[in-house]
Design a protein around this ligand. Structure first.
Ligand SMILES: Cc1cc2nc3c(=O)[nH]c(=O)nc-3n(C[C@H](O)[C@H](O)[C@H](O)COP(=O)(O)O)c2cc1C
Length: 191
């Protein structure tokens, strides 16, 4: 059982000025007194190709992502919504990670957060993500949920979240997630 959990954060956007990365940093800041959390750079994962790549062994970037997830006590997935769904590159990475009986999301605590420039904050992408993670047997935190709509009005030029209500939602979710990680660890230890 880990007293201070080690968490991993994946941002679903590759954009330099990504609101989701800003949101991820807000979550990491909220976590800082309770957990260690590192961002995982997964942008070098190649397109999934079972013939050319999987049959010859998993590519090095895929192995690195799988190992980082396996080593973490829990994962934050902070993602934009693209056309009501997951960004293709992120889905591609989840597809790579999903392969094999030792896929690292099994029984892994996961927290979902999303930010969009529109008003809904990614409600649809989180439903999609939950379906994918259900198949991977991940232990997704149900509540509280974090959907940040109208994101452009909630982060300053320096990337900090300027909206106290949003910071409160994020802090509440991160506190619940640390508790969830400990609960899932106890459950996994019990067999
Ligand atoms: C290809 C594409 C599809 C998008 N589809 C949606 C969508 O379905 N729902 C939504 O709320 N915003 C959508 N958006 C707008 C995103 O919310 C906005 O671009 C956001 O800033 C992306 O996240 P990021 O700032 O972390 O890169 C889409 C943007 C792109 C580039």
């Amino acid at each position: 059982m880990t007293a201070r959990p080690t968490l991993l954060a994946l941002c679903g956007s590759a954009r330099r000025a990504s609101y989701n990365r800003m949101l991820m940093h807000s979550a990491m800041e909220a976590l800082s007194t309770q957990a260690d959390c590192e961002e995982l750079d997964w942008q070098d994962v190649p397109p999934f190709d079972a013939d050319a790549l999987e049959a010859q062994g998993l590519p090095a970037p895929v192995l690195r992502v799988r190992q980082a997830i396996a080593a973490a006590d829990g994962v934050l997935l902070v993602t934009p919504e693209y056309n009501f769904s997951l960004p293709g590159m992120l889905k591609n990475t989840l597809d790579w990670v999903s392969r094999g009986a030792d896929q690292p999301f099994a029984r892994k605590p996961v927290a979902l957060l999303s930010a969009t420039t529109g008003p809904l904050g990614g409600a649809r992408v989180q439903n999609e993500a939950r379906r994918v993670l259900l198949f991977l047997n991940a232990m997704v935190l149900q509540k509280p949920e974090v959907y940040v709509g109208n994101a452009a009005s909630k982060f300053g030029a320096d990337g900090h979240c300027t909206d106290a209500v949003t910071r409160g939602f994020v802090a509440d979710q991160m506190a619940a997630f640390v508790d969830w990680v400990a609960r899932v660890q106890r459950m996994n230890a019990a067999g």
